[in-house]
Design a protein around this ligand. Structure first.
Ligand SMILES: [Zn+2]
Length: 641
């Protein structure tokens, strides 16, 4: 994929005529100057912004797109839009006159008459062809159970594969009309509200969808199939405003997905409580099933290839983080994907408390290299690298929450949601500045090390008690060689019970002297006991200087082996240790991951052949892997069923 950009002086706006006044009023109500009513306008001659007629048999589209744009600088001689080369442009008008144009290298360059800054350009482009799917699909003709199934997934650069546009998330169309004509019997799901449908004389039906909120081009979508359409209702936080949830399901999937879909209104409520009200309340939220294995957060109408609660919560959260506020460009995709992944943890927290929250976060730890900031956004695989843009990026928010504290963290998210970036786009720095303003802290080091830096801190903790004073030494290294500056919790266990204190760790070696209540006997010290930092930790035995570290733990043989009920792995620990225990199948896939913080002693790990969330695994060979203090050991076990 190749990112193309347009001249920066074009400010694209797409809008239908009858909505101009309505839109100006709407935007004034939202106090956002997207479309100043004072701007002189001339009436449009074409009623809609994107009109597409789809022929599923020939697998072709025929489209007319009206683009409106404001001239910002003098000397503008061309309107340059993104459009795939395999689509054929047959005519272009500027205002009411035919215009000359070139269409090469995925750019449609339309010649303009001399125009003064402030002029609204209006151009109509007539085009046709068979879209050539790129990225994750962009525009796909397929069939399912003998029925035509057509869908789009344009992120990141695929909008231009099926309609001409300024394909740049930092400059959103203020609104868009999407008018799609299909053979009757097919149902078209799209963004915003369905204004009406119309039957043609030629066996076709036309769907008139209108989206009245600003929308990034890659979020404009169609999903087409003989869907079963059903609804639910979300009642807003103020309990007076309600909104329709509209679901476009494969008829044969209704039974399977219904229960999870019905949780959508609960998810909306939980996210609205934390992020502010759902951002498209005047329209709808919905799901449309499509033929891609995953989900895509199309604005107000997520496309789904599954119905798991994690998928539903992830895509719903994108309506705030990704759709309402879009990454300004794909260098900053973590502002979409990290936030949506983190929101999955928020959903589990709302259902299962902090245990569910931490279980989710711990399942998303990533210890490899690379930066969250996407250095090469021309590669779809780099942009959507799960480990970095999703998992580690979610950990950045998880860590930020603990650094600034719970109430400040959610205040940051609500401030961000209502900032000047609402219905617009943002960069890492713009989000960071909001974090700093709300928290009153310098967070440059935090974002530098976690977004632009690589890897994570590897801590080693040793301690000794001298009278009524606890001496703690924390050394730090990192596979990337950089030092991290983080507040670190210490959980100190004594004969009278544990207590927690926080120290700032920022050097190769940091030493602390903590006063103890007279007579206190320290029995163990744990670093970051609740796992708020993406880190590893090794514990040096009490009183040891760190040299000649003895083996910290050992594993005995698993028994019975083979097993069919449960298998037991005995292990013993000589020093305070944190162990990660995982169950892997022979393909290396992890089914169970658990972390145990242990004082010296003997322990057993018991496994009953189920996944971490309680599902039965098939019989076969499995590996029980134990890691900690720079050691890894594994026991091979055979599960008979
Ligand atoms: Zn996502």
């Amino acid at each position: 994929m190749l990112a193309l950009s347009n001249p920066a002086w074009i400010d694209q706006i797409e809008v239908g005529p009858e909505q101009l006044r309505e839109l100006a009023v709407d935007q004034a109500r939202k106090s956002i100057n997207w479309f100043p009513a004072s701007r002189p306008l001339r009436p449009l001659t074409v009623p809609d912004a994107i009109q597409i007629t789809i022929d599923p048999t020939a697998q072709t589209i025929a489209g007319e797109v009206v683009v409106r744009a404001t001239v910002l600088d003098s000397g503008l001689s061309q309107l340059v839009l993104d459009l795939a080369d395999n689509l054929t442009v047959s005519a272009v008008q500027v205002f009411d006159s035919a215009a000359t144009f070139t269409h090469v290298n995925r750019l449609l360059s339309i010649d303009l008459p001399p125009l003064t800054p402030g002029t609204m350009i209006e151009s109509r482009i007539t085009y046709s062809g068979t879209p050539d799917p790129n990225g994750f699909g962009s525009f796909v003709f397929s069939s399912r159970n003998g029925n035509d199934h057509i869908w789009s997934l344009s992120e990141p650069y695929g909008a231009r594969d099926w309609w001409p546009c300024k394909d740049d998330p930092s400059d959103k169309p203020d609104s868009v009309n999407i008018v799609v004509t299909v053979p009757s019997g097919l149902v078209v799901a799209s963004n915003g509200v369905l204004d009406r449908t119309a039957q043609g004389n030629d066996g076709t039906t036309t769907y008139f969808w209108k989206e009245r909120y600003p929308i990034a081009t890659y979020l404009v979508s169609v999903a087409i199939y003989p869907y079963s359409v059903w609804t639910d209702t979300y009642v807003g936080l103020d309990t007076t405003q309600s909104m329709t949830l509209q679901f476009f399901s494969y008829p044969d999937h209704l039974d399977q997905l219904e229960n999870n879909y019905l949780r959508t209104k609960d998810m909306l409520h939980e996210f609205a409580l934390r992020y502010g009200e759902y951002p498209f309340m005047e329209e709808k939220y919905g799901h449309a099933e499509f033929g891609w294995g995953g989900g895509m957060e199309h604005q107000t109408i997520t496309s789904l290839g599954g119905w798991g609660l994690d998928l539903l919560s992830h895509e719903l959260a994108h309506q705030w983080w990704g759709d309402m506020i879009t990454c300004a460009d794909f260098h900053h995709i973590w502002l979409n994907e990290g936030f949506a992944t983190y929101s999955q943890a928020i959903w589990w927290e709302s259902q299962e408390g902090m245990t569910g929250y931490h279980n989710f976060m711990n399942s998303r730890r990533y210890y490899g290299g690379g930066t969250i900031y996407v250095e090469n956004p021309t590669s779809v695989n780099v942009i959507f690298n799960y480990d970095l843009s999703y998992a580690k990026a979610a950990w950045v928010l998880h860590m930020l929450r603990h650094v600034v504290g719970d109430s400040t963290f959610f205040q940051i998210l609500q401030t961000y949601a209502t900032s000047q970036y609402r219905y617009g786009s943002a960069t890492t720095e713009q989000f960071r500045d909001i974090c700093e303003t709300v928290s009153g802290r310098d967070l440059h080091p935090f974002f530098d090390q976690w977004i632009y830096g690589t890897y994570y801190p590897q801590y080693t903790l040793g301690y000794s008690q001298v009278g009524d004073s606890l001496h703690v030494e924390i050394t730090q290294s990192s596979p990337g060689g950089t030092l991290f500056s983080m507040p670190v919790d210490l959980e100190i266990h004594t004969a009278n019970g544990p207590f927690t204190t926080t120290v700032d760790v920022s050097h190769n070696v940091d030493q602390y002297r903590l006063p103890l209540t007279p007579g206190t006997q320290v029995t163990a010290v744990f670093l970051d006991p609740d796992q708020w930092i993406l880190r590893t930790v090794n514990y040096i035995p009490m009183g040891n200087d760190g040299n000649n570290l003895p083996t910290a733990w050992e594993v005995g043989p698993a028994y019975p082996n083979p097993f069919n009920g449960a298998v037991v792995v005995p292990y013993s620990v000589r020093t305070t240790t944190e162990l990660d225990i995982s169950i892997l199948d022979i393909t290396g896939r992890e089914w169970v991951t658990t972390t145990r913080r242990l004082r010296p002693g003997s322990y057993q790990f018991r496994w009953n052949g189920k996944t971490g969330d309680g599902r039965e695994l098939p019989g076969g060979v499995y590996l029980i892997r134990i890691r900690g203090n720079q050691l890894q050991k594994a026991e091979k076990v055979v599960f008979l069923k």
